[in-house]
Structures are given as structure tokens and as C-alpha cells.
Design a binder for this molecule. Structure first.
Ligand SMILES: NC(=O)C1=CN([C@@H]2O[C@H](COP(=O)(O)OP(=O)(O)OC[C@H]3O[C@@H](n4cnc5c(N)ncnc54)[C@H](OP(=O)(O)O)[C@@H]3O)[C@@H](O)[C@H]2O)C=CC1
Ligand SMILES: Nc1nc(=O)c2c([nH]1)NC[C@@H]1CN(c3ccc(C(=O)N[C@@H](CCC(=O)O)C(=O)O)cc3)C=[N+]21
Length: 285
């Protein structure tokens, strides 16, 4: 029987605990606060930002949505970030990616105070992650580890294969799995004989943005399959990077899209925002 790794249910369970933590923090005079900056009007980004806002509100986290026009200059954006860096009531700052053309993504990421970089994209946090030091970790890979932990899946010693090497998913996923003692293989668009690599995976994590590219013949029977993709197929339907109908019968466990990795990403963002806010309690005393 294939286990469906239910990200929505898991995220809801984790959020019940987190809500209690937020209540305790508030009683100690600290209201966790997350600022999300969205530049432009990309419809998919707007949906994700709205989901984050809803989740924050339901937990009692203060959520600031800063919507800027697509004509915003890099200097203006850096100015807004500088204000949030200086505001001691703000714990987490997230700038939704992708940014409009003409804005240097790395310049923006590096302008966020590493302590408030709730995405874990700042090179300081990336360096901490690869050195296996404590720090903020990118929410999608963090959420995937939390989902595996919830289902009591121990990755130690597993052959983990990651398809995709982006800074927001593939690379931090590799670091986390390595930190948890998996044997990690990274693959990407230049990888030769991809199917041979994926078929060797005990744990397969796919983040390519290519609708349903992972087919049943690319998966080892019994493998754990994590589908990060949020794609539209030719019919306009939301699908993952994995052909779910074909792969699910072969896999030992699999995440659905929607309801898999997406809700865990948002939950992770909330968990790490609260973790940052916790530090303020000690600073106050
Ligand atoms: N659910 C969630 O929480 C999140 C979902 N996503 C979704 O995950 C997907 C990936 O996002 P992201 O990592 O930002 O994407 P990017 O476009 O930044 O990176 C895609 C990666 O996939 C690789 N790739 C592309 N095509 C192939 C192929 N045919 N075979 C092997 N590798 C390939 C690319 O290789 P190369 O480097 O060689 O170009 C690249 O490394 C998207 O669908 C996105 O919407 C993203 C973030 C969070
Ligand atoms: N700075 C930054 N940080 C990010 O973490 C970030 C980003 N930029 N840019 C885009 C990607 C994508 N991402 C998602 C978050 C939630 C869902 C999500 O909630 N998905 C739901 C429902 C989605 C739907 O129904 O459309 C699900 O899978 O069930 C998906 C994708 C975060 N990202």
C-alpha cells in the first residue's frame, strides 16, 4: 500500500502546537511579526502571499503585507527592507520571488538582516546550513524534513536523489539531507541518463517546474517520492513535477499536489518566524 504523505493534515497538526507557543509569547509581551513584500502583480505569487497571510492571522502572528508596484526601483525596495531591518517589532522579512526584471535578486536578499531572513536565502544562512550550524533554513526543504519526521521516516543512510538545483529548493534540500546522514545525489537539466539516477533513489525529491516529468519507469518500487512542483498542465490544471497517477502505485510513499509540500512550506515559515521572535523574550529581560 502506498502512503500518501498528507502535507495539509501535517501542517494543521504542527500549527495547533505553534498556536500555543504564540499565545505564550504574547503573554510575555512579544507578538511574532512577519513582513512579506510582494513586488508586482504575478497572480501565482499573489495566491502564495495570501495563503501566508491567512495562516499567520489564524495563529495570532502579526502579518504585514507590503504590496509594491512592478515599477518599484531596486533603491526603493532596499529602502523598505532597511526600514524593516531597523524595526525591532518585526521578526521575519520575506521578499517574494521572482522579482521583476531589472531588480538584482541577490542584492535584495543580501540586504535583509540575516537574523530576520526567514526564507534562509541570505549567504550567511546558506553558509550556516552547509556547515551544519543552527540558522534559518529555506522553508520548502525545512517543510519536507518536517513532513518526513511526522511520518517517522528516517533518511539516515538512504540514497536520496534530488532533481533540480535551485537556491530555494534543490540546494538547501541537499544540505539538509546530508546533515541528516542521507547519501545525496544532485541532478539537473544537464544530467545524463537521469532515469538511471532517479531509479537508484530510496528518496526522490523533485523540483523542476516541468509538469509530470517524473514517470513510473523512473521510480524504484517502494521509493519515497516528494513532489515540490506547482505547475499547470496543458489543460490548465494544477499538477506537480511527478505523474502522480502513474507513480503512486509504484512508490512506497508520495506527496500529492496540491496538499503536499505547499502547506508544509507555509507552516515552516510560521515555525521559523516564531523561533526568531522567541529570541526577543530574552532580549527584553
Ligand atoms: N510547493 C512549494 O512550496 C514550492 C514549489 N515550487 C515549485 O517547484 C518547482 C521548482 O521550483 P524552483 O526550484 O524555484 O525552480 P527553478 O526553475 O529555479 O529550478 C528548476 C531546476 O530544475 C532543473 N530542471 C529543469 N528541467 C529539468 C529536466 N528536464 N531534467 C532535470 N532537471 C531539470 C533545472 O536545471 P538547471 O539548473 O540545469 O537549469 C533547475 O536546477 C516549480 O514548479 C515551483 O513552482 C517552488 C518553491 C516552493
Ligand atoms: N521568497 C520566497 N519564498 C518562498 O517560499 C517562495 C517564493 N519566494 N516564491 C515562490 C515559491 C512557491 N512557494 C509556495 C508556497 C506555498 C504554496 C502552497 O500553499 N500550495 C498549496 C496550494 C496552492 C494552490 O492551490 O494554488 C498546496 O500545494 O496545497 C505553494 C508554493 C513559496 N515560494
Amino acid at each position: 500500500m502506498t502512503t500518501v504523505l498528507d502535507g495539509k493534515k501535517t501542517a494543521d497538526a504542527l500549527m495547533t502546537d505553534l498556536k500555543n507557543t504564540v499565545t505564550t509569547l504574547k503573554a510575555q509581551g512579544v507578538t511574532p511579526a512577519l513582513a512579506v513584500i510582494l513586488v508586482g502583480d504575478d497572480p501565482a505569487s499573489a495566491i502564495y502571499v495570501r495563503n501566508k497571510h491567512r495562516r499567520a492571522e489564524s495563529l495570532g502572528i502579526r502579518s504585514l503585507q507590503i504590496q509594491l508596484p512592478k515599477t518599484t526601483t531596486q533603491a526603493e525596495l532596499l529602502g523598505r527592507i532597511a526600514d524593516l531591518n531597523a524595526d525591532s517589532a518585526i521578526d521575519g522579512i520575506l521578499v517574494q520571488l521572482p522579482l521583476p526584471a531589472g531588480i538584482d535578486e541577490q542584492a535584495v536578499i543580501q540586504s535583509i538582516s540575516p537574523e530576520k531572513d526567514v526564507d534562509g536565502f541570505h549567504p550567511i544562512n546558506v553558509g550556516r546550513l552547509w556547515t551544519n550550524l543552527p540558522g534559518v533554513v529555506a522553508s520548502t526543504p525545512y517543510g519536507i524534513m518536517a513532513l518526513l519526521a511526522y511520518y517517522q521516516i528516517d533518511v539516515s543512510g538512504m540514497n536520496a536523489v534530488i532533481v533540480g538545483r535551485s537556491n530555494i529548493v534543490g540546494r538547501p534540500m541537499a544540505a539538509l539531507l546530508l546533515n541528516h546522514d542521507a547519501t545525496v545525489t544532485m541532478t539537473h537539466s544537464r544530467t545524463k541518463a537521469l532515469a538511471e539516477k532517479t531509479r537508484a533513489a530510496d528518496l526522490l525529491v523533485v523540483a523542476t517546474g516541468r509538469p509530470e516529468m517524473i514517470t513510473a519507469d523512473m521510480v524504484k518500487p517502494g521509493a519515497i517520492v516528494i513532489d515540490v512542483g506547482m505547475d499547470r498542465n496543458a489543460a490548465g490544471k494544477l499538477v506537480g513535477d511527478v505523474d502522480y497517477a502513474g507513480v503512486a502505485p509504484v512508490a512506497g510513499a508520495i506527496t500529492p499536489v496540491p496538499g503536499g509540500v505547499g502547506p508544509m512550506t507555509i507552516a515552516s515559515l510560521m515555525i521559523q518566524t516564531v523561533a526568531i521572535a522567541k529570541r526577543r523574550v530574552h532580549e527584553q529581560q
